[in-house]
Design a protein around this ligand. Structure first.
Ligand SMILES: [Zn+2]
Ligand SMILES: [Zn+2]
Ligand SMILES: [Zn+2]
Length: 145
């Protein structure tokens, strides 16, 4: 899978620690919470405190570098997103988020809005459900391992 290469937003100084935090988020295949990322960084020998991790993640989200999602347990989690308009498939079992790079709801959104005399400025649509690996493991589980 192709990884988005994260870049810092103008105005946010890319310090070594911020870079390490961003790299750690980018290395995850699903959104990661501040707490989990902090534990991850600790294991990697990074000395960033939890408060710094929180602040940095929030600053990167505010700058539009990261997007926030909520984990299956309801925590705020952060992910490096593809640039530009796109949608997501979000697994409610494992928290995996798949990028859908194309937009297939644009026409539908404008048509619905037009009928009501509404001028569209943007739209958002994420799809929630159970990802393919989770569906497979559930089937295996049901068959009796
Ligand atoms: Zn995305
Ligand atoms: Zn899943
Ligand atoms: Zn769209």
């Amino acid at each position: 899978m192709k990884r988005a290469s994260p870049t810092f937003a103008p105005g946010l100084r890319p310090t070594r620690q911020r870079r390490a935090i961003l790299q750690a988020v980018a290395a995850e295949d699903r959104p990661v919470s501040a707490q989990d990322l902090h534990a991850e960084l600790r294991r990697a020998g990074e000395s960033a405190g939890l408060a710094t991790v929180y602040r940095t993640l929030q600053a990167l989200a505010d700058a539009g570098v990261l997007r926030t999602f909520s984990t299956p347990s309801g925590e705020v989690a952060y992910k490096v997103c593809e640039p530009g308009h796109h949608h997501h498939l979000i697994c409610t079992r494992c928290g995996r988020v798949e990028e859908i790079p194309s937009c297939e709801v644009e026409d539908w959104a404008s048509a619905v809005a037009r009928r009501r005399g509404f001028a569209v400025t943007s739209h958002q649509a994420d799809i929630y459900g159970v990802c393919a690996p989770c569906v497979r493991s559930r089937r295996r589980g049901a068959a009796g391992r």
